[in-house]
Design a protein around this ligand. Structure first.
Ligand code: MN
Length: 505
């Protein structure tokens, strides 16, 4: 059965607290969603602002292959704004639950029903495709909900949507009212499910099982409060889970991850690492048992292949690691330790893991290079000159000279203090080479007194998202900070060198 995907990233998704998009940003997301293969996008709520209307106009004039819809209340001026935005498809809504009627709309059920009918009739008179939503449907009196759906269908609505506005429904109840809506209207029915209890996708799927043909979803599940049903979970659930019939959508799964990253970057909301399908950890393995299993056959611990959704599997070592997974990772870089060396490397990995340090592949390579001294893996970045000046009435200033693989580089910069100035100067040099950035800086004093030793911990990341944590202990805060950063840079560069060496062989 072909299921319709109605994406509301640009409307409900944009209503996520803290998100506000410019018309250009909205257009760029609309194009991306169209490429992904959604059937319809809700481009916005045209009446709310000039910018929103402009965005809707830009999207409707782009000639996308998907349908473009706009949200309206039941007011005529909202529907007129949608027409002004170039839309020929609206999603119009009015609340039908007693809670909303009494405390928000100050209307009786009859008044709300009359407004709903009026809006549908007006939308149809303006030549629009009309999808009607009974806001807060799942907390609406069930008989009244049926009546509303029946009467808006008689008034000419083209589609019915059931919004679980506050994510309050159970999959069982969604199934029941979906059947009610189909019976009362004989129209195509959609679900609009929120994730307040983590059930948005389960509820949307339950609606589909009960005969609905469409779900409203968002990329990464963004949306008001706990968000909406996520496109990636809903569509991959339909495609991959064990159902008694086949479900198809127009989504190109291999573009899912790329689209998720794109939206996350534009809206400025990071995807939680343990998010299904698109989270950083969705196809990552650390535990020895899992890594061993996946290396033998990925199906042991992966329900679907990461390539299916445009991703790659990754393995990480840590305190749960086993020798198989670790050796497989080292092999990728052309490093084959002996059994004894493997044990030594793994011991060091577990010590770091127990200290709570995330052992990235960069960390693993640098441990391996320490153990396998004879492999001739050398430090690439050397600090050959360094000075800072600071004081009162002067701006802290640093001069840094680095030798990187035989070539000299000089960087100078100011900062809020001498450490900041030194790190800025280093980043000026490394920024040119591999865009290494300092993501985190921590300072602790080890013993008391003015001669105390300090411990500096820095977290670095390069353009390919290679991460490394590096530590240095010393007497001088500034020098120790610089050493920690140089050490981290060396370890990130080590990975690059090994990759290049392997490519040249
Ligand atoms: Mn919503």
């Amino acid at each position: 059965m072909r299921i319709r995907v109605f994406d509301t990233t640009l409307r409900d998704g944009e209503q996520t607290p803290g998100i506000s998009l410019s018309p250009d940003q909205k257009l760029s997301i609309a194009k991306k969603l169209d490429e992904l293969g959604v059937d319809a996008i809700e481009a916005g709520f045209p009446i709310i602002s000039e910018g929103e209307l402009k965005a809707v106009k830009m999207i409707t004039s782009e000639g996308l292959s998907c349908e473009v819809c706009g949200l309206t209340r039941t007011h005529k001026k909202d529907i007129d704004a949608a027409v002004d935005g170039g839309l020929n498809y609206i999603h119009t809504f009015i609340a039908t639950s007693d809670i909303h009627l009494e405390h928000k709309l100050k209307m009786t059920r009859e008044q709300a029903l009359a407004k709903a009918i009026e809006a549908v009739e007006y939308g149809k008179s303006r030549g629009l495709q009309v999808e009607f939503s009974a806001e807060d449907a799942t907390r609406t009196d069930r008989e009244f909900l049926k009546q509303v759906f029946r009467e808006v269908a008689n008034a000419g609505a083209d589609r019915i949507d059931i919004p679980d506005t506050v994510g309050y429904a159970t999959p069982e109840y969604i199934s029941e009212i979906t059947k009610d809506a189909i019976e009362a209207t004989k129209l195509p029915v959609s679900l609009h499910c929120h994730n307040d209890f983590g059930l948005a996708v389960a509820n949307a799927l339950s609606g589909i099982r009960a005969g609905a043909q469409c779900a409203h979803v968002t990329i990464n599940g963004i949306g008001e409060r706990a968000g909406n049903a996520s496109l990636e979970e809903f569509t991959m659930g339909l495609q991959c889970l064990q159902w008694d019939q086949k479900y198809e959508t127009g989504i190109k799964p291999e573009l899912i991850y790329e689209t998720s990253r794109f939206v996350s970057k534009i809206v400025g909301i990071q995807v939680q690492p343990n998010k299904a399908i698109v989270g950083d950890n969705a196809f990552g393995h650390e535990s020895g048992i899992h890594t061993h299993g996946v290396l033998n056959n990925p199906l042991t611990y992966e329900p679907i292949s990461p390539e299916l959704v445009g991703r790659k599997r990754w393995l990480q070592v840590g305190k749960h690691a086993g020798i198989h997974g670790m050796n497989a990772m080292l092999e990728e870089y052309g490093i084959s330790p002996t059994e004894e060396q493997s044990k030594q490397i793994l011991d060091k990995v577990k010590v770091l893991g127990d200290q709570g340090i995330q052992v990235t592949d960069v960390e693993l390579l640098s441990i391996a290079s320490e153990v396998l001294r004879e492999a001739g893996i050398k430090r690439i970045v050397h600090l050959t000159g360094f000075s800072v000046s600071t004081g009162i009435g002067t701006m802290p200033y640093a001069f840094v000279k680095l030798n990187i693989d035989g070539e000299d580089f000089i960087g100078t910069d100011y900062g809020v203090g001498p450490v900041d100035a030194a790190l800025n100067a280093i980043q000026k040099i490394t920024g040119k080479i591999s865009e290494i950035k300092i993501k985190d800086y921590g300072l602790a004093s080890i013993s008391g007194g003015s001669t105390a030793l300090c411990e500096v911990t820095v977290r670095l990341e390069d353009a390919d998202r290679n991460k490394v944590t590096s530590k240095s202990v010393g007497e001088d805060i500034v020098t120790t900070s610089v050493q920690a950063v140089i050490d981290g840079i060396n370890r990130i560069m080590l990975k690059k060198t090994l990759r290049e060496k392997l490519a040249n062989n």
